[in-house]
Design a protein around this ligand. Sequence first.
Ligand SMILES: NC(=O)c1ccc[n+]([C@@H]2O[C@H](COP(=O)([O-])OP(=O)(O)OC[C@H]3O[C@@H](n4cnc5c(N)ncnc54)[C@H](O)[C@@H]3O)[C@@H](O)[C@H]2O)c1
Length: 464
Amino acid sequence: MENSRRKFLTSIAMLSAVSVFPMNAFNFGLSKKLRIVLVGTGIRGTSFWGKRLVEEYSDLLEFVGLSDVNQGRMEYAKQYMGVNCPTFIDFDEMLAKTKPDLIIVTTVDATHHNFIIKGLEFGCDVLTEKPLTTDEIKVQEILNAERRSGKNIIVGFNYRWSPYNTKIKELLAKNTVGKITSVDFHWYLNTYHGASYFRRWHGLKHKGGSLWVHKATHHFDLLNWWLDSEPIEVFAYGDLEHYGVNGPYRGSNCRTCKYKNNCDFYFDITKDKRLMNLYVDNENYDGYIRDNCLFRNEIDIYDKMSAQIKYANNVTVNYSLTTYSPFEGWRIAFNGTEGRIEAALDIPYHKNFSVDQVEMHAKEMEQNALEEAEMESIIVHKLWKDFDTVKVPYEKGGHGGGDSRLQDKIFVSPNVEDPFGRAAGSRDGVMSVLIGIAARKSIETGNKVQINDLSDLEPRARRL
Ligand SMILES: NC(=O)c1ccc[n+]([C@@H]2O[C@H](COP(=O)([O-])OP(=O)(O)OC[C@H]3O[C@@H](n4cnc5c(N)ncnc54)[C@H](O)[C@@H]3O)[C@@H](O)[C@H]2O)c1
């Protein structure tokens, strides 16, 4: 136990990466387990940061409290996670009564800042799901609170930890194709996963900051980390042309919809026991409808997004995000002074077998699919030469294998130095959301937006 405790302390220090983390941050004895509270007992909280932590790291940590606005969902969460701790509607009361060592935040994106700031002020370190937050005012409040508190924020950027993405980082860090000058990056969400964002709170800007923030924070963090630089300027276009008001039908939700037989997007939630237990059984507490109509008039986010991003090291990026693609996948190309690197995942035309588009996202969220590793390619094409293919084992489950590696780094092998710098702290969280926030502002104003106008952080040509 003592060994595990020490491991954890060191791991938090490494995870907060850019900031020097005080080793005496936790003032508890070595004989007791790390006291964790979790706020937001939804799907991500109860699975990845809930059940998985209980199953994999119970010798080291214990849940001492759960908090959510939905009492019914909290009761289900206890049972699903296999814990017996108290539940609290009131987050402050939970902190006061449980005196945790670490707070995990997995609530609706636009509420993260409340729990991050209160947690830091209470004297705790805070591990938050992405995105760090949803607008620049909250960004600055979080930065101020972290500085005042002397505590640390960890942002759960799991995508960095997938072996495929790490291999790209390695090739770039070795200057395999010289100095990178420009990047094309395109992400395609299919009509199952992409559509799912429009069924719930993600479809409202004031809850998820739009997919520029909720989803693209992953992509912008990858860019910042791969390029080892920070963004300085963003120009963007975006529109809502498929979902929301554009739909041919409109109902209150899929279960009761009279267009069930006509709508291509009909989603039968009753076939999914987990979603029924988590959401439908607890609708009466807060009115959270998981199979909401994706053609609701209130939807105000963009479903097509395109941006140009300029970095402090002069790299320019063309980025796009599509939400109604027939397939789910992504493509990136790095143009360098000595050649080009191309990477792509899940493009069906690259494969000699068919991919189940309905199951793809469920697989990605699944934590036990490690045995399904397959080889994926990265193309390295040097100027004046034939191209080389670098093969990387790729796992479908747990976000390309990133999920489990992120947690294992925290709890199992924290003392092993990470040559790829995959740990993410508040600055990484801020720099990724600011690109999305800037893109939103650019669409609203029609102007380029300077990143240094959005917080007191000055973008660096080279990340530290
Ligand atoms: N890193 C990843 O790959 C990944 C994957 C999925 C989700 N996420 C993130 O995890 C977070 C949760 O997402 P989810 O899919 O589990 O959503 P969800 O809707 O299933 O869960 C959100 C939970 O927060 C609760 N909640 C909302 N407002 C609250 C408040 N003010 N106080 C307390 N509880 C509140 C809701 O009742 C719900 O139980 C989001 O920030 C999301 O971006 C990250």
